[in-house]
Write a protein that binds this ligand. Structure first.
Ligand code: HEM
Length: 394
């Protein structure tokens, strides 16, 4: 049985900032040491799964390594009981109810009808100014408003929802999180009652009228799922959008190509998701004896699925440390794999593209003016802190 004793002294994948290539160099070093490597993680020790095939297999075999037990400890105390902390039949039932609104057809319609309007409304607020922090103005806002719109929450409450979602997730302020959860419920309760009485086309109506074994979801079940979408859907997409603009601002020649070759933009997004995934390492707690990467792992071991490491595994990707939108498209592990594969992947990609299109159209001559904080950082959720930029004639 593997004894998890750390081998990489001083490098905590949960606590260190690990900006830019620092994380990726550490991952390369760890990958070279083996497929399963003990690493410090938030002051304790986790076993990092370093290689693409092993990370994919760990995601795929959710019978041996289910996600539910981990999310019952991390996400459930904040948002309530939802399908992310369930496994097996229960997971399938709830997931099926909550996710049709995120399938590709529904997202294509949402993209054309709502998303384009949303993103241009945000740019209207600051484009004429000529300078700004694209995180504060755009990437940290659009994904929250997009979820509000999908749910059918009145537009006047977009900013309230975003502030509450932010507080809900602030690990430094657990009391504030509880208060935010209550305010969230106070706002959504009356809207939910209205949708129960008179459904419209939105996701909140779909959840209000969804049934499991002939019974409607209770109010708390609906509200927990709404909190979940903000908690895991808005933050991740916001971070991915920040990473996309960060990488492009650092590569003016690619920004210029993005302007002149609109057909290249989906590849710029896909390659970004490989190169700088916003969920860089994903924890999973083992609950039974299992084998990972050919080694025995004891129950109670904290595993870290190294998504960012897998996405740069040289056994799978040629020249993996190069951000290259011209490489032939290949599957990446950014959205997971198997039963818990991210149901928001279409929405996330569509939002990234909408943001890129709008930035290119509305901010001519865009260039970075950041001194620090503009590189993606973090070993779990990964994103730039700020993206100060200027635009208009250079
Ligand atoms: C770039 C943006 C995103 C990234 C990188 C991302 C990443 C992921 C990953 C890696 C998983 C698998 C977790 C696991 O296996 O334990 C996941 C699951 C999930 N994601 Fe996303 N996600 C993104 C956007 C979204 C959006 C926009 C939504 C919602 C609208 C969303 C909702 C969810 C939910 C509800 C789950 C749990 C699925 C389940 O338990 O079956 N995500 N996501």
């Amino acid at each position: 049985m593997r004894d998890p004793a750390p081998t990489v002294a001083g490098l905590d994948l949960g606590l260190e900032p690990l900006p830019g290539e620092v994380l990726h160099r550490a991952h390369a070093d760890l990958r070279a040491r083996g497929p399963l490597v003990p690493v410090p993680f938030f002051g304790t020790t986790a076993l990092l799964v370093t290689r693409f095939d092993d990370v994919r297999e760990a995601f795929r075999d959710d019978g041996a390594l289910p996600g539910g037990p981990t999310y019952r400890e991390t996400v459930e105390p904040i948002v309530g009981r939802t399908f992310i902390s369930m496994d097996g039949r229960e997971h399938r039932l709830y997931r099926k109810l909550a996710t049709p609104a995120f399938q590709s057809g529904a997202i294509a319609r949402f993209g054309e009808r709502d998303l384009v309007v949303l993103v241009h409304e945000l740019l209207d607020r600051f484009a004429a100014r000529g300078t700004g922090d694209l995180v504060a103005e755009l990437t940290g806002v659009l994904p929250y408003h997009a979820i509000s719109r999908k749910l059918g929450i009145p537009r006047a409450r977009d900013e309230d929802m975003r502030r509450w979602a932010d507080r809900l997730l602030d690990p430094r302020d657990p009391r504030g999180a509880v208060a935010a959860a209550r305010e969230f419920t106070d706002l959504l309760g009356p809207i939910l009652r209205a949708r129960r009485a008179e459904p419209t086309e939105d996701l909140l109506s779909a959840l209000a009228h969804a049934e499991i074994d002939g019974e409607r979801l209770a109010d708390e079940e609906v509200l927990s799922h709404v909190r979940l979408l903000f908690a895991v859907g808005a933050t991740t997409t916001s971070h991915a959008m920040g990473n996309l603009l960060s990488v492009l601002l650092a590569r003016p020649e690619l920004l210029a190509r993005a302007r002149s070759e609109p057909g290249l933009r989906p590849a710029l997004v896909h390659e970004l998701l490989r190169f700088e995934p916003p969920v860089a390492n994903l924890p999973r707690l083992s609950t039974r004896p299992l084998r990972v990467a050919g080694e025995d792992v004891a129950p109670g071991t904290l595993l870290l699925l190294g998504i960012a490491s897998a996405n740069r595994d040289p056994a799978t990707f040629a020249d993996p440390d190069r951000y290259d939108p011209d490489r032939p498209p290949q599957d990446v592990l950014t959205f997971g794999f198997g039963a818990k594969y991210c149901p928001g992947a279409h929405l996330a990609r569509r939002e990234l593209l909408a943001a890129l299109d709008a930035v290119l159209e509305r901010l001519p001559g865009l260039r970075s003016t950041s001194e620090d904080g503009a590189r993606p950082e973090g070993g779990t959720l990964r994103h730039p802190r700020a993206l100060h930029a200027a635009w208009g004639p250079a």
